[in-house]
Design a protein around this ligand. Structure first.
Ligand code: BES
Ligand code: MN
Ligand code: MN
Length: 456
């Protein structure tokens, strides 16, 4: 496939410029003030899929943001790859922590800096360009269908319905997703597990209005103090989660499996230095890599209430709030964990307050097989372009749609991620390496080629 390098070399600058143009569209799905931009990003993807040679390209409306669909069926005898990605991005806040504006991409030291550079515009766009290249070289190895959505970062509320209502249209042999990370271009890896998610919001209400903290303090339960105590009690001195039944369904790995996962290199000192922390934290009895891959976790994502303006205001607030996420592992169920949390949180609330638990989105954990031809094809593809056989790893991130593909379409997913953990997705100064972008474009056609060959 020497054509790949010739074509890529020739069109590199344009590929990059097109990605930069896409990154300038602030398609933040969580914030309705960017509504028009989210639609514009969908149009942009549609236009580029058409230009690359896809057929039946359409913008499929949903109750939320649209799904962009396109396909190229070259031979019904060949296997079909369904490429999934998302064109929406996380909010860029806090803006003041960015070294350059999040929607004005810049290239510094071989990396593109912009919101969505890695998650997922950069990675999704690798597929559009790899497809263009395969079409131009007449080397498209499989049939392909694209499904690019605009609500991933807000829980893909409308994607499930779309998938269930379009089972024929989306019929495929494998789903291919680049929306995860790898250990590095010199240590290639393939993600074979994703965590599930149970995300909820809690509200603790004390008195019917904010009170003078001297006149009433001490006699009236302070919702913020109480919320903090309640949250603190959700983990014990071993950083074990205390919600009754929380670990009941957790799939405990055998020593053998743990050893296998520990093959992926991990430098604890570099990890700490990168994050600016002196020590790590985590459930006793497990390694840091296990905390983020095979063990369920609980984190407060935001907490607020009372007076947070300038200076001091003596106030005993009426309400306190927190957003809490639990990352789940096989075979925990998102709905079940949400219910366990709700029951427990209500049970531990002292009578001086009322609590309200509101579930947000959730998703199921997944593990994908390493003994499949699709995994072998992905492994061979990475080996072809990166020179080393990738190691399988499990990620702490969640892509709820992957479990849904299995359930609704009966197909497995290959998570061919080219991001790095240091790309700062969801954080200020998100980046994506140019080498990662171009290596991704180079690797994808090999996946198609090997997958078609191994499927024979
Ligand atoms: N691409 C990420 C998921 C991810 C990141 C997987 C890194 C593996 C490694 C995705 O866009 C994401 O952010 N997912 C959310 C969940 C979603 C329901 C909002 C997440 O993991 O927080
Ligand atoms: Mn993503
Ligand atoms: Mn994301």
């Amino acid at each position: 496939m020497e054509h790949i390098n010739t074509y890529l070399e020739k069109h590199k600058d344009r590929f990059l410029n097109e990605l930069l143009e896409l990154l300038r569209i602030p398609s933040v799905s969580a914030d309705s003030s960017f509504r028009d931009d989210v639609f514009e990003a969908a149009d942009y993807i549609k236009e580029k899929l058409e230009a690359a040679g896809a057929d039946q390209v359409e913008i499929c409306p949903t109750d939320g943001y649209p799904i962009v669909y396109g396909e190229k069926i070259i031979d019904p005898a060949l296997p079909t790859v369904l490429v999934y990605g998302h064109y929406d991005v996380q909010p860029a806040d806090p803006y003041e922590l960015w070294d350059s504006p999040p929607f004005e991409p810049v290239i510094k030291q071989g990396k593109i800096y912009a919101r969505g550079a890695c998650d997922d515009k950069g990675q999704m766009y690798m597929h559009v360009k790899a497809f263009e290249m395969m079409m131009a070289n007449e080397e498209l190895g499989c049939n392909v269908k694209f499904m690019i959505e605009g609500e991933e970062e807000v829980g893909s509320a409308n994607l499930g319905t779309f998938v269930r209502n379009n089972q024929d249209k989306l019929k495929c042999d494998i789903v291919l997703v680049s929306d995860t990370s790898m250990l590095g271009l010199d240590t290639p890896s393939i993600t074979v597990g994703l965590k599930g998610l149970s995300y909820l919001e809690v509200e603790v209400t004390g008195p019917n209005r904010d009170l003078h903290s001297g006149v009433y303090g001490g006699a009236v339960g302070n919702p913020i103090n109480i919320l903090c105590n309640m949250i603190a009690s959700l983990t014990d001195e071993n950083n074990h989660i205390t919600i009754p039944g929380f670990y009941d369904d957790v799939n405990e790995l055998s020593d053998e499996e743990r050893k296998e996962l520990a093959r992926a290199p991990f430098d604890e000192d570099a990890y700490k230095a990168h994050l600016g922390v002196d020590a790590l934290h985590g459930e006793h009895g497990y390694t840091p890599m296990e905390h983020t891959s095979i063990r369920p976790t609980l984190d407060v994502n935001g907490i607020w209430g009372g007076y947070i303006g300038e200076g001091a205001k003596t106030v005993l607030p009426s309400k306190a709030h927190a957003k809490i996420s639990m990352r789940l592992v096989p075979h925990q169920s998102s709905d079940k964990i949400t219910e366990l949390f709700r029951n427990h949180f209500e049970a531990i609330a002292p009578p001086s307050v009322k609590v309200k638990v509101t579930p947000h989105h959730g998703g199921e954990p997944v593990v994908t097989p390493t003994d499949s031809i699709a995994y072998q094809a992905a492994s061979k593809a990475m080996e072809a372009t990166l020179g080393k056989k990738p190691v399988p790893t499990r990620s702490g991130g969640s892509i709820p749609i992957v479990a849904l593909f299995e359930e609704a379409l009966g197909v497995k997913t290959i998570l061919l991620g080219f991001g790095l953990d240091s790309d700062a997705i969801h954080s200020p100064n998100e980046s994506f390496g140019l080498d990662n972008f171009f290596k991704g474009i180079e690797t994808i056609p090999y996946f198609y080629k090997y997958y078609a060959e191994l499927s024979k």
